[in-house]
Design a protein around this ligand. Sequence first.
Ligand code: ADP
Ligand code: ASP
Ligand code: MG
Length: 429
Amino acid sequence: MSGDGSDIVVMKFGGTSVAGAEQIKRAAARIVAAREAGNRVVAVLSARGKTTDQLVEQAHEISDRPVAREMDMLLSTGERISCALAAMAIHDMGHEAISLTGSQAGIVTDSSHTKARIIDVRADRISEALQQDRIVLVAGFQGVSTDSRDVTTLGRGGSDTTAVALAAALRASVCEIYTDVSGVYSADPRIVADAHKLDRVSFEEMLEMSASGAGVLQLRSVEYARNHGVRIHCRSSFEDGPGTLVVSEEETMENPFVTAVTHSDSEARVTLTGLRDEPGVAGRVFGALADANVNVDVIIQNEPVGDDKLADLSFTVDRADLTTAKDTIAALGDVSLEVLTDEQIGKVSIVGAGMRSHPGVAAKVFQVLGEERINIEMISTSPIKISCVIAADRVSDAVNILHKAFDLGEDAIQPEDPTGPGHRPTVAG
Ligand code: ADP
Ligand code: ASP
Ligand code: MG
């Protein structure tokens, strides 16, 4: 056993990987195998299968606007169940194991319920248990606020962030994210049949991918890993073999022009019509939304053309935040004539580090969507991402057509011209 964390591995198992008794036993066997191979093991588990969705539904059966503190008390139970059961399975395999809640594991967060941020990890209890030769199971997705002394949760998909934060605190050699696909793909493999697995992806690209809907890694987990130099290996919990490594840009052999097509169908649009065209209005609107902890994604405001000098402003938010966004705008009083909402929106994005120097990529995206008669309702770009808001029912078509147009499929060959057919990103193996 070494003094630094080089013999520690953090293994995170997602919901599908612990859904039933068989899966829990299989995850336990993988954890035990890692221990028997000479590692000290900390495993972070998610709630079983669709448990978190079911708990959210139960809350909404009781209340239209469930109190956030109680929501966290409720949601945090799912992960505890998985850990206790896995600890039992590991005991039966002849190893010592202890399950801990997020709070017991020392995950300290701010007090913003349902999307708390980790501000500290006090891992002494985990270190003690590891010293005692125990396997430690930590309930993902949760922590405790030292201000309010309440249980918090880290936002959907937050077990990834628990795992990365523990890997950073323990200086683990790797943070393995075991999930129901074999790694990070060039598009959601459930939507694009010939999507290919990326051997490596840079932090920069993975951040854009997670931010634009690739739920395979929670955005905050990627941010945390980049900021703390944690090595993430995203891989299958059902098959052996390597998955995808998330690494610094220098560690990828070259910058692919287009690495992946991502999509999101969990956003909603808010449109404020008849907004006064004067300084400070946007600041009031988005300041209030920020204070209410609502993340705004794509924003569009037009230049007023009529004599009345009234503008329209549209923006997208996570659909789960729509009620809060509407309440927040309403509380601002007479900021606009009308507030309209649309829940039937989708978003498709392409991500690639090589886009920085290739403006032709954006034009090609718009042309391809146009040829497919897919109307682009909003556009936003970053140096390595282009996102288009489109109708929700065209998302799957858009992802497939863009994946094909940039030739990201399994058997594609790489041409010279990134905007021409046949380009395929290659990364170091
Ligand atoms: P877990 O429960 O293991 O955390 P998630 O459902 O959160 O699993 O994430 C895995 C899912 O992410 C996959 O089943 C897949 O449908 C989806 N996904 C979306 N985009 C991608 C992508 N680019 N590569 C891999 N998986 C993706
Ligand atoms: N169980 C939580 C969710 O479904 C957290 C996670 O799985 O990472 O979002
Ligand atoms: Mg997940």
